[in-house]
Design a protein around this ligand. Structure first.
Ligand code: ZN
Length: 267
């Protein structure tokens, strides 16, 4: 293995597929703010070796990408662009920075628009062309951010990998509903992210429904501590091969075509 490939492989050993950088505008998160150096310190301290980094509801794609480009530390970073149809800068940003965008982030609740809305089509078309996974927030606001919407988008766009945040929504009924539907509908391109699901038994039940190749470890830092959700992942009682997939192997596969912003082109 070349030194560069070894670094990338190791960088995906424990890969956090859901990390925010910047300041939250929604009063719900009480002005929580962190910069990339803060985040990197917390992630490295928890034993995380790589991360998919994205802005907050401030939609500061430019600022976060610039910070990731300038980042010199050992973390293997990838950048996800926040895709909001109401943000006139979002599509031009994608066109301008295509080579450095590894994924899209859709937060239907903040956009107040389901991912199935035609306004998201240009973003999903871009994801399809560029081979980008789409991280889609799923929550309790079912008409807008329900897992049903995310799976409908996955059904319509079989060429795009979707990662349903919070495993489909932060409650046992939502997680199990989403996992059962992914299984029943045989959606090969639908995955579940573990961020903010505290119940290890629930993560395990969902994983047993969809299979270990469909679950990605994520923390939702800077809101949550990655160590807490790494502990959940490690409490699942998985065999070593399955745990390696959840902690980083699946992220490596989905992000295989991407490169680290500011770094050399992907091999
Ligand atoms: Zn998040």
């Amino acid at each position: 293995m070349t030194a560069a490939l070894e670094r990338v492989t190791d960088g995906f050993r424990v890969f956090d597929a859901h990390v925010h950088v910047g300041r939250w505008l929604t009063p719900d998160f009480a002005g929580r703010e962190s910069d990339l150096a803060d985040a990197a310190g917390v992630l490295a301290g928890a034993g995380v070796t790589g991360a998919l980094v994205m802005t907050t509801d401030a939609r500061d794609n430019e600022g976060v990408l610039a910070a990731v480009r300038a980042w010199q530390g050992p973390l293997e970073l990838r950048f996800a662009a926040w895709a909001d149809p109401a943000d006139p800068a979002a599509l031009p940003f994608l066109a301008r920075n295509a080579g450095e965008v590894a994924a899209l982030k859709v937060h239907a609740s903040f956009a107040r628009l389901p991912i199935t809305d035609p306004a998201f089509e240009p973003f999903l078309a871009h994801a399809g062309r560029a081979g980008l996974p789409v991280v889609v927030h799923c929550g309790r606001w079912r008409e807008v951010a329900g897992w049903e919407m995310a799976l409908e988008a996955a059904d319509r766009h079989p060429e795009v990998p979707f990662i349903l945040s919070h495993m489909g929504g932060d409650s046992p009924a939502l997680v199990l509903g989403a996992a059962q539907a992914v299984r029943d509908r045989g959606l090969a391109n639908a995955h579940l992210g573990t961020e903010s699901i505290r119940e290890y038994w629930l993560v395990r039940r969902a994983l047993d429904l969809v299979g270990p190749e469909k679950v990605l470890f994520g923390s939702d830092h800077n809101l949550n501590h990655p160590g807490a959700f790494l502990a959940v992942a490690r409490a699942l009682g998985l065999d070593a091969a399955s745990e390696a997939l959840v902690l980083g192997g699946n992220a490596r596969r989905l992000l295989a075509g991407s490169r680290r912003p500011g770094g050399p082109s992907a091999a």
